[in-house]
Design a protein around this ligand. Structure first.
Ligand code: SAH
Length: 193
């Protein structure tokens, strides 16, 4: 297929943004697929900070890293991504969010507009110029449309001189397919909140 699927395109963007030795963030570790993907990109001198509020997700992510002998490249935190600045004070090359609920788990534990936006804002400050934040927006669940709309409103208003904001979306798919938002920092700045 010539047009990459949303999840594939997310990985393409991460690959472009990340070099060996970089600091990266998986803001919603879930089953750990993106943590593992980032751990492969950062090499032995880089690091992935993975966040999730559910023990099940933290355990699944740790297991996936151990299975691939890459646990030394990641720290998996059982905490909300809105607390990212508690853990990271270095420049970040890339961050990824998968919004919504963890497949196969409690569908009521979902990412929420306020904490998602707070995390994006903190990560924008931590991001290096040329770095990227990728959001895969799942919005079919209860509360998903509100989160989608609030995130869209927030990112649409970011100053274009500093952040390039992309929406990548298949327009003719049924059943609320996920779409992608990418934020590329193009100039140094600091957002006051
Ligand atoms: N919908 C996606 C997967 C989303 S997983 C798919 O179908 O592939 C989203 C993860 O975010 C869940 O594991 C959930 O526990 C986690 N999460 C929810 N709120 C969070 C927060 N504030 N900080 C970090 N992780 C959070």
């Amino acid at each position: 297929m010539m047009i990459e699927r949303v999840i594939q395109y997310a990985q393409t963007l991460l690959k472009r943004a990340v070099s060996e030795g970089d600091i990266t963030v998986d803001a919603t570790a879930g089953n750990g697929h993106d943590t593992l993907f980032l751990a492969n990109l950062v090499g032995d001198d880089g690091y992935v900070y993975a966040f999730d509020i559910q023990k099940q997700a933290v355990d699944a992510t740790l297991h996936r890293l151990l299975d691939n002998a890459l646990e030394h490249r990641a720290i998996v935190l059982k905490d909300g991504h809105e607390n990212v600045t508690k853990y990271i004070n270095k420049q970040v090359a890339a961050a990824i969010f998968n919004l919504g609920y963890l497949p196969g788990s409690n569908h009521e534990i979902v990412t929420k507009p306020n904490t998602t936006i707070q995390a994006i804002e903190s990560l924008l400050n931590l991001l290096k110029v040329g770095g990227i934040i990728v959001l895969v927006v799942y919005h079919g669940h209860e509360g998903g449309k509100d989160e989608r709309d609030e995130v869209i409103r927030y990112v649409s208003n970011l100053p274009q001189k500093y952040v390039h904001v992309l929406r990548y979306e298949f327009m003719n798919q049924k059943n609320d397919p996920p779409f992608l938002i990418a934020l590329e920092k193009v100039k140094e700045y600091s957002i006051e909140s």
